[in-house]
Design a protein around this ligand. Structure first.
Ligand code: TTP
Ligand code: CA
Length: 363
């Protein structure tokens, strides 16, 4: 018999899938000689003198302390005998599309949130055991058809599903039923909440907030004074409340890059140089996947978390870094009001091919 679902009273069941060491795993497809090896994808290490960073690495390489966004020179010091490979973006975009097609085939609302990550709203299945069966089938299909492993979280909210998928990586399947939601979250470090990076974590530590339990119990007025209105949503998340829905994103395609300054800054030269670097990198991503864009969006987050974005659609498609850069600087001038900036970002969208999915990287 079909389970009875009464809108608003039955718990939602959200599935979050995240591929394991994605670029590295794709490189290992069909290359069994790489299995079990420390494999690092990123810039050329050039015998330890290389510039640039690690994109990702196999779990074997992580055992040596290598991580995403680490300077490649440091990765070389940690594990000189690792196999270092340059990124092959078109291949990763193709693999990503294959994974998303497997997810889509089940007919539930799907939201892809990055090249290797997606949410499915599987509430219609009615029970967590039924959703667990589906998760097991999805993992099997991805392994059998693509030779790739992934980790899945199942929970009543998107945020908790995302946190859960990370708990037993690689190859994990973590289920958080509604009655376990609060006890699952409570002991976790606040850093586990998506969007809380190194800097927010340090600010929360200063206030004596270490775990999600601490955050849920903290005086909301003090939090608002420090982080602005976004503190309310943050505390809700800590209490397991998150009404955000799985949004199907047909046709939403963008490539973006953003960075948080190590200290909030109003230094115009530093801000301009950072914008140049972000624009250049995002154009490189664009050309790696053979795309041209028309819309450039600049994002500025000020001290206190007030965020402003401004977009401009160009008259022609472009992949030219100089054009994108000029446009980004004009937009930045329009929204920069002299206050100290915490985070700067750029997004390119409105592509002339339908091949790319959303790719966001924070460095
Ligand atoms: P992630 O999902 O963050 O990492 P991952 O899939 O490599 O490993 P994990 O098992 O921990 O999920 O990122 C997905 C891909 O995005 C990753 O394979 C490479 C790319 N990436 C970068 O290029 N630079 C980065 O700093 C990060 C974090 C990811
Ligand atoms: Ca991943």
């Amino acid at each position: 018999m079909e389970p009875d679902i009464v809108q608003g009273t039955s718990p939602r069941i959200i599935l979050h899938l995240d591929m394991d060491s994605f670029y590295a795993s794709v490189e290992m497809q069909g290359r069994p000689e790489l299995r079990g090896k420390a494999v690092v994808i990123g810039a050329d290490p050039n015998h330890g003198k290389g510039r640039g960073v690690v994109a990702t690495c196999s779990y074997e390489a992580r055992a040596f302390g290598i991580r995403s966004a680490m300077p490649i020179s440091q990765a070389f010091v940690l594990c000189p005998h690792a196999v270092f490979l340059p990124p092959d973006f078109p291949r990763y975009v193709k693999s990503s599309a294959d994974v998303m097609a497997i997810l889509k085939a089940h007919g539930f609302p799907l939201q892809q949130v990055s090249i290797d990550e997606a949410f499915l709203d599987v509430s219609q299945l009615g029970t967590f055991p039924a959703a667990t069966d589906l998760a097991v089938r999805i993992k099997d299909t991805i392994l059998t058809h693509l030779g790739l492993t992934c980790s899945i979280g199942l929970a009543p909210t998107k945020v908790v599903a995302k946190i859960a998928s990370d708990v037993h990586k690689p190859g994990g399947l973590t289920i958080v039923e509604p009655e376990n939601l609060v006890s699952f979250l409570a002991p976790m470090p606040v850093r586990k909440i998506p969007g809380i990076g190194k800097k927010s974590e340090a600010e929360l530590f200063e206030m004596g907030i270490r775990t999600i339990r601490d955050l849920a119990a903290f005086d909301i007025q003090v939090l608002i004074a420090r982080f602005g209105r976004s503190a309310i949503a943050l505390q809700d998340i800590a209490a397991g409340i998150d009404k955000s829905e799985v949004k199907e994103q047909d046709g939403v395609k963008s490539v973006s890059r953003e960075t948080t300054f190590s200290n909030d800054t109003d230094d115009e030269q530093l801000i301009a140089a950072t914008m140049d670097a972000l624009a250049e990198e995002v154009c490189r991503n664009l050309s790696d996947v053979s795309l041209h864009c028309r819309t450039v969006t600049v994002k500025v987050r000020y001290q206190g978390f007030v965020t402003r974005t401004k977009a401009r659609t160009l008259p022609h498609y472009t992949g030219d870094p100089a054009t994108v850069c000029t446009c980004a600087h004009t937009l930045l001038r329009d929204i920069f009001d002299g206050r100290k900036i915490r985070l700067l970002g750029i997004r390119l969208s409105s592509f002339d091919t339908c091949d790319a999915r959303q790719m966001t990287l924070e460095v």
